[in-house]
Design a protein around this ligand. Structure first.
Ligand code: XMP
Length: 328
């Protein structure tokens, strides 16, 4: 492993605001020393790692950081707005917002194979990002939210280093990876100390292909909207019930399948919404959160009455294995 990629044994675990502050001060110095007056480009998804890197880079180099937020249409309700509010309005970042919704949904039309869907989303993301990068002058550095488990996992051959892989070599960036020696819990402590909002810092894991893998089968705009709205209701009800920080991951899935129901005294042939809530340590094995009956009834009532196109709600009791967390 390269020297800079090994966490020294003497490095104290960042658990307090004071330790986070010391880390922030040190990183600001080292970022300034590394990039000087050059510009740094960063793909800002709104996830914890890229958000913390953005906030650190803004403190270190201000307007010389160029953030690109690609909205591929598969983000959760309110996420693109939150990224713009926090980074453009509050932290005054130099933020390029790319509305690529039609582009992604157009390419995904009638595509039913899960692997092909994932492939299209990944490839197109790189294309959009590379296009934005090629419009800019004088960018030498690429900021990345690599964290220590990413380095360990790529060393052990568990997964490819997801951030670097796909960019075209002619872009030829040098990397700026200020949180690469931190574990996830430390990144969150640093995020808090940087003043990022809790719903960004304590965000649950969210897959790169986003809601696309929770809309099994060919993605249509109306069913995707049903996934997005039901997910927002689930998150709201979990928050109210005090489960938001406790359950590891929870979301809704709306498969391409309809069943007969009744709405307002009339036959309603509509989709069903599956609720999934799991707990885990390492995501290799997961258990199912035992949602209380009353809470499940409230969630069901809201989703079936507030989300157009849904007449039933089901709870997925399948642990991993045999089910994976996501449906595709
Ligand atoms: P599975 O479905 O494999 O999911 O049991 C395990 C964890 O990984 C997340 N996940 C992804 N994360 N890109 C990501 O960054 C992806 O393509 C992806 N697919 C699944 C999933 O949400 C769960 O936390």
């Amino acid at each position: 492993m390269a020297d800079g990629n090994v966490r020294p044994e003497s490095m104290e675990r960042i658990t307090t605001e004071a330790l986070a502050q010391a880390f922030i001060d040190e990183q600001i110095k080292s970022i300034k020393a590394q990039v000087g007056d050059s510009k740094v480009l960063l793909a800002l998804s709104g996830g914890v790692d890229s958000s913390v890197v953005a906030a650190l880079l803004i403190k270190a180099i201000g307007q010389n950081l160029v953030c690109v937020h690609v909205n591929h249409g598969l983000l959760r309700k309110g996420e693109p707005e939150m990224v713009c509010k926090v980074f453009r309005d509050e932290l005054k970042a130099n933020l390029i917002y790319v509305d690529a919704v039609d582009r992604f949904l157009g390419l995904l039309e009638n595509v039913t194979d899960p692997e092909q869907k994932r492939h299209i989303i990944g490839e197109e993301f790189i294309k959009v990002f590379a296009e934005e990068a090629s419009k800019l002058q004088g960018i030498r550095y690429l900021g990345q939210g690599t964290i220590y488990p990413d380095i360990l996992e790529s060393e052990q051959g568990i997964k490819a280093h997801h951030n670097v892989g796909g960019l075209p070599p002619e872009l030829n960036f040098e990397l700026v990876e200020p949180v690469k020696l931190l574990y996830k819990d430390e990144v969150r402590v640093v995020g808090k100390a940087l003043g990022l909002p809790d719903n960004m810092v304590f965000r649950q894991p969210f897959p790169g292909p986003g809601l696309g893998v929770r809309c099994p089968g060919a993605i249509t705009r109306d069913r995707l909207e049903a996934v997005r709205e039901s997910d927002a209701i689930l998150r709201e009800e979990f928050e109210k019930a005090g489960l938001a920080g406790k359950v590891w991951q929870y979301f809704t899935v709306v498969p391409d399948f309809k069943s007969t129901g009744i709405k307002n005294g009339k036959r309603a042939f509509e989709w069903m919404c599956i609720v999934r809530a799991i707990n885990t340590v390492d995501v290799v094995e997961c258990t199912v959160e035992p949602i209380e009956y009353d809470l499940m009834c409230r969630i069901t009532d809201r989703i079936t009455h507030e989300v157009p196109g849904i007449n039933r709600v089901l709870y997925d009791y399948t642990p991993k294995p045999t089910g994976t967390v996501e449906y595709e």
